[in-house]
Design a protein around this ligand. Sequence first.
Ligand code: BGC
Length: 765
Amino acid sequence: MESKIISILSKMTVEEKISLCSGRDLWNLEYFEEYGVPKIQMCDGPHGLRKRLKNEKGEYYGVKATCFPSAATMANSWDTELVRRVGEYIGDECRAEQISILLGPGINIKRAPNCGRNFEYYSEDPYLSGKMASGFIRGVQSRGIATCAKHFCVNNQETRRFTTSANVSERALHEIYLTPFEIAVKEANVQAIMHSYNRVNGKYVSERGELVTDLLRKKWGFNGYVMSDWWAMSDRVAAYKAGVDVEMPSSGGVRDREVLEAYKKGEISIEQIDASVANILRVVLGHLPSEGAAPYDVEEHHLAAAKAAEECMVLLKNEGGILPLASGKPLAVIGRFAKCPRIQGGGSSHVEPNKVDDITEFIANENKYDITYADGYDENHETTDTLISEAVNAARKCGRAVIFAGMPGSYETEGRDRRHMKLPPAHNALIEAVSAACDKVVVVLMAGSPNEMPWIHKVPALLHAYLGGQALGGAVARILFGKVNPCGKLAETYPLRFEDNPAYINFPGNGDNCLYGEDIYVGYRYYDKRKMDVLFPFGYGLSYTKFEYTSINVQENTVKVTVKNVGDRAGKEVVQLYVGCDRHPYTYTFVGMSAHGYDRAERSLIGFEKVHLEAGEEKTVEFPLQDRFFSVYDEDLGDFKKIGGDYELYAGGSSRDLPLCTKIAVEESTSLPVCIAKNMTFEDILLNKSIPSDIAESFIRSVLAPKLVAKLDELGFSFDNPVLRRKRDSVLRQSVGSRLTPGQLDELIDAANAEIEKRVQNDGK
Ligand code: BGC
């Protein structure tokens, strides 16, 4: 491959090379068949193929494809193998349609529950997002189709998406927002990365060489091409210098001329241009259109989409064992969504489905008895007294009802955020009225993000179907009637109120500045830290059976968790592992930091596995531990740093139901090079493991007043000594004045540093 690339490069003029770095049109990269650079087409995904063709009038239309569950839905499966299989099916559809590159998955973090594009993203948790994305990428790429992870990075809102600046700390940037991309690059070898529209800390991502080149390519080893989101580039030359290889779509040659001009002025070198062309060719030549690929079996793919949907729906409430429903009895089915379901979100990911299930048919089939259907609300999601009373009468007549409600398509679409977390008033009114008239009510929700549920205490059962794709009908019916045991778990937290969410006061920002004030406390990390009640926690989901967590232990860097199905039917459980460090919020620095203390999340997800268990069966799941799980991003170091200390490992079935816990002691990995400085606190010196304790002690004694030293002698030199406790936050320079001159302090510091240096050298020998 590399020699072929070198040979192609040797034949191309600089103008041709530059033009290869921008699209030919809306969906195709530029091509030069005479040099062996073929035409290849990209298409949106990610939950199905969105191939666009032009009709005789030159208007675009969508080619039919299988609409699989959206990313927000797939994440509820917590099943990387399932996501991989769905990726394979989508990859096969790409092959059948001669598509080389699929524009997905979307792996941005769900920072606020009202971001209009959340349905396209996996989770509020970076680890879960990264693992799901990797599964999907592996599946699609196993079919010879490249994927493109998007939108790199910190693209968490649609409001002013072309101009807004995500103002985020380095720590949150690396620990939360970049981690899914890192996993996609390192674990799944994603072939392309799409940079986002927004700016990060004031500068467009496309112009941030430290992200696009230093991090992505040099540190993580990304080997494919970086491409702009559509019309995302603000300054082509600056983006070129930063390392963005492709601009999409075509600029009609305008930007190419700018790049050529910059090249002629010596601002861009031929080496840079060649490197970009090589990045593009590596992907293009490795993903040629699969001419003559067999058409896919539409029915087989529909069934696969149904199977996927079954694994993703989340049973959120089931009181009095109302579910599964018994068949052979009257049943009211209420809500237009039962006939015209919400299957996906809007915008560039919108797939033209091959067909869409009418859920009522599947329910009637499972019920084996006539069902009574009522609309409940109209196509505009409004209701009337008549529609409500028809629904109430149907529920009364049948004695039990399933209500289909959720968010209309207009609520969840690219380019627009919501200003609330509510369902349409008509849906709420319908649920209130029917549940007041009938006790046996099951609500089935369809939406790709959390909602407030003012009626939650009035309905005994709630199944969340999320956005289940074109084949959700059979999946819903089979779960309602118990043919399938629900096994989805929420990949995001449902707060009680919109106002509770971590981004509430900073979303969508002031003008073009959006402060990520919650820092690393995104999703459950925030609710846990603030000890807040939530409606449904991250990781939560019920089953028709029961699981008991029986043991946890750590052996040689592997955590073993045993779980048993103690119910009377087979089911699947998502075993979740979290790490936490039990620290009082004001004493978090007492952990041996080099120079600074870090606040830590109460718990962070570090492992999960979905296991199938027959009734009575027990299984042990193993989770390998990695240094990263105990690390924080250290801004001074510019890297992750493992922090030593005592940690807890928690296992269970949701972030708020973790019956097993074990403690482990973790050794600090590296320490920052130490140098005592006048702006360090006493604590910084005493707790820094890389300052030998005898040197730290004699230095501290030398800067303290004799009276305090005497007190130290009396009570013993330890951090519990009230003298040192009081001095903890004092800065060395404050010793100057009554006792020490600035020069004397400098001398003492220099002497101590020389001592440390000597010790380091001796230890190294
Ligand atoms: C979206 C991308 C999409 C692209 C091409 C943009 O508006 O943000 O996710 O891949 O359009 O349709």
